[in-house]
Every structure is written in C-alpha cells, then in structure tokens.
Design a protein around this ligand. Structure first.
Ligand SMILES: C[S@@+](CC[C@H](N)C(=O)[O-])C[C@H]1O[C@@H](n2cnc3c(N)ncnc32)[C@H](O)[C@@H]1O
Length: 190
C-alpha cells in the first residue's frame, strides 16, 4: 500500500495516528502481546498505540506518558511528563520490574542540523532503553523502540544486545520506505 494510503486508512477507521499500523505489524509478527499485560507507552500522544493495545487486549493495563497532553482513552492511565522524570510518577514507579511490554515511539524535536539531531535521538534512545530496563519484568519483558537509521543506530543495537536475550530489527510496511525510521525489538532482559 502507498504510504499515504495508511494515513487515509487511519482516518477512515477513526484511529489517532497511522503509527498504529506499524506497531500492529510488529505485535503480530512477534506475538508478544498477551491478555492481562502490563504495558508502558512512552511518547504516547496522540494515543494511537495505547488505543491499539486496549483494542487488541482489552484486559491489559496501560500506563502512558508524554510531554504533550493526550485526550483520554478508557482505562489508560496517562501522565503528562518528560520521560526523564518518570520515576517521580508514583503510580508508575510502584510498578518497577513488573511491566510485560514497554513501547516507545518517542521522537525529539528536530533542529535540522544532522549531527545535533543524531546526538539528541541517540541520547533519548539510551534514556528510553535504561527506563525500559528498570520497568520491565526480567522473566517475560519485551521492548519495542522506534528510532532512526543514522550513524548512531549501531550504538543502540549494541546496547540492546547487551541487555536482552533476543534483539530484532523491524521496518513495517506502513513506515514510508524513504523515512529513516526503524524499530528495534528486545525480548527478555538479561
Ligand atoms: C510520534 S509521536 C507518538 C505517536 C503515538 N505513538 C501514537 O501512536 O499516537 C512522538 C511523541 O513523543 C513525545 N516526546 C518527545 N520527547 C519526549 C520526552 N522527552 N518525554 C516524553 N514524551 C516525549 C512527543 O511529545 C510526541 O507526542
């Protein structure tokens, strides 16, 4: 399907973002989302991914965090906060080491200066990975992170390989082929 058709499809289905199709494809391939999962959605606004998790597994408990506000989703606990301050959110902090799935679609504001943007993305990726490792269950936790193909991607992949039993890369069909975005998947923290 042409990349813009995914945006049209999302609109027709009343979905909050076309990003939904990318996560759906990864979840379908990895078969990682189970009923009654505890899910942390980092960089959640406008809410497409949280909504998808609740649609696929209504019994899952979803906690979501974003710098921007997000319209409410039934049974999703949303916190408007910077990821860096996540430990200050008591409701989430109490669930350290308990999450089955952490998903991150975080994207920093771009400056247009390639070296600066790559550094900012890399820094945010490493913060997100550290956060995920602190909140995931050691026995059955999984992590999905959106990042970008750039000179620092290898660094993130290497860090993930040091942190998970299994690491895979995904480029979902709904992701524009000319877009640099790419998704890394980590299963069972080491
Ligand atoms: C591509 S959007 C997420 C779309 C979402 N997955 C969906 O399906 O609706 C990226 C989000 O990351 C958020 N973000 C960027 N930096 C952040 C930070 N430091 N802490 C929390 N959220 C952040 C942005 O505000 C933005 O809403």
């Amino acid at each position: 399907m042409h990349a813009d058709s995914w945006a049209l499809k999302a609109k027709k289905l009343g979905l909050r973002s076309r990003a939904v199709f990318k996560l759906e494809e990864i979840l379908t391939k990895t078969k990682i989302l189970k009923r009654n999962s505890l899910v942390l959605d980092i960089g959640s606004a406008p809410g497409g991914w949280s909504e998808l998790i609740k649609t696929m597994t209504p019994s899952s408990n979803v906690y979501a965090i974003d710098l921007l506000p997000m319209d409410p989703i039934k049974d999703v606990m949303f916190f408007q906060e910077d990821i860096i301050k996540i430990d200050a959110i008591e409701e989430i902090f109490l669930l350290k080491s308990k999450f089955n799935l952490v998903i991150s679609d975080l994207a920093p504001n771009l400056t247009g200066i390639r070296a600066v943007d790559e550094e900012n993305i890399s820094e945010l990726n490493i913060i997100t990975l550290d956060t995920a490792l602190g909140y995931l269950s050691k026995s059955n936790g999984s992590f999905i992170i959106k990042t970008f193909q750039n000179s620092l991607l290898k660094k993130l992949r290497t860090e993930m390989e040091k942190s998970f039993h299994l690491v895979q890369t995904y480029k979902p069909a709904a992701s524009k082929s000319k877009s640099a975005e790419i998704y890394l998947y980590g299963e069972r923290p080491l």
